[in-house]
Design a protein around this ligand. Structure first.
Ligand SMILES: *Cc1c(COP(=O)(O)O)cnc(C)c1O
Length: 382
């Protein structure tokens, strides 16, 4: 167990991730596979820790954005199949094959280039990506898929295992664009001569709302972490989700400010009367952004405001009374009867919950809870 020597940490409840997956899996018809999206260090929760838990919960496949993320999982001992959702360089296809990583093919030219790089005895598993309306990565033209099929017929080094697409608006109440993408994807599927084993389209939002786009697998990210894909569809969630991410720190200094004295850079906060001010060892370099000035945090189940500018490594909190050094302060999560959700922080930052969990930097050590106990601590600095 790696130690950490500062009083700020993120607590990742792997039990909740396990439970979220189980309830989602229970809703799926038998035979529909589940991909767990663990890109971006498992949405900030920890890549292999989440991957391991997801596999225990019965997930079939892992998905990441970049080849580096897939290799990192292999190096940490993850043997399950991994799909790279993003573009990999054709020249890196032999590296992908070496590590047994499945890659996304989104253009015929990619295959031609990749074939030149594969070593004679190597094989590469691929999924073809269709762009049904996301406008990001994928094939749009029928002739291109014909070219790819022709190429694959003559190149047994490539194994076509899957076909997929991605929805742009499945978390929105208006389903018009989602329906359009669904029918475009169905047309695209009809272009393919032989359907591969795994056809997948749904992300968290669509898999929680619509059964018809399950196909043979779903890809879940945000809901596995216990977060709603959007506030708009929160009331439509068919199952309860448990937020796995919390962020905690401790009071490292408590002092009395006399009336008229100020706090932090720019002296933007000045006390009107004698006040207790606490110092917290977390700042914008930890991803606790300057825009969070004025945000509330929790002490002993009570909401208290952050005052003054947030510094790179520290920020200050206005206390209703003198608290002891070492008192736990919750920035995200449950404390007593109060809860500060990831969504509340996202609202303050005028962004989405996805961005909040991704922005808590690697400088913050992660403490993992499994079976209600601390399972391990990950400190990327030591
Ligand atoms: C990230 C990602 C997902 C998971 O999306 P969530 O909204 O987090 O469920 C699924 N598919 C692709 C292609 C992705 O990039």
């Amino acid at each position: 167990m790696e130690a950490y020597y500062r009083d700020t940490w993120a607590e990742i409840n792997l039990d909740y991730i396990y439970e979220n997956i189980r309830v989602m899996k229970d809703r799926l018809p038998k035979g529909v596979k589940m991909f767990a999206a663990v890109k971006a260090n498992g949405y900030g929760h920890g890549d292999w820790q989440v991957a391991e838990t997801a596999l225990e919960a019965g997930v079939d496949y892992l998905a990441v954005a970049f080849l580096d993320e897939a290799i990192a999982l292999r190096k940490k001992g993850i043997e399950a199949p991994i799909l790279v959702l993003g573009a990999i360089r054709p020249n890196d296809s032999s590296v992908a094959a070496y590590w047994g990583i499945t890659v996304t093919v989104f253009a015929a030219t990619w295959l031609i280039e990749a074939e030149k790089c594969l070593k004679e005895d190597q094989t590469l598993t691929i999924h073809i990506k269709f762009d049904s309306g996301m406008g990001r990565l994928g094939i749009k033209e029928r002739h291109e898929i014909a070219r790819i099929e022709e190429f694959l017929d003559g190149n047994p080094q490539f194994g076509l295992e899957g076909i997929y697409t991605h929805f742009a608006t499945s978390d929105e109440l208006d389903v018009t664009y989602y329906e359009k993408q669904f029918s475009t994807f169905q047309d695209m599927l009809s272009w393919v001569k032989v359907r591969p084993e795994i056809v997948h389209a749904s992300n968290s939002a669509s898999s929680l709302r619509f059964d018809k786009t399950n196909f043979s697998a779903i890809r879940v990210g945000i809901s596995m972490y216990g977060l709603t894909p959007s506030l708009e569809m929160e009331h439509l969630l068919p199952i309860p989700l448990k937020e796995a991410f919390s962020l905690k720190t401790k009071l490292v200094h408590v002092k009395k400010l006399n009336a008229g004295e100020s706090v932090s850079y720019g002296a933007t906060y000045t006390s009107k009367e004698d006040e207790w001010i606490g110092t917290l060892p977390i700042g914008y370099a930890d991803g606790w952004l300057r825009k969070l000035q004025g945000m509330e945090v929790l002490i002993e189940g009570e909401r208290v405001p952050l005052v003054g500018r947030i510094c790179m490594d520290q920020c200050m909190v206005k206390l209703p009374k003198r608290y002891k050094i070492g008192e736990t302060v919750t920035l995200i999560g449950q404390n007593g009867n109060q809860m500060i959700s990831v969504n509340e922080v996202a609202h303050k930052l005028e962004t989405i919950n996805y961005e909040v969990v991704c922005m808590i930097s690697s400088r913050v050590p992660r403490k993992y809870i499994r079976n209600k106990n601390v399972k391990c601590i990950h400190n990327s600095l030591l």
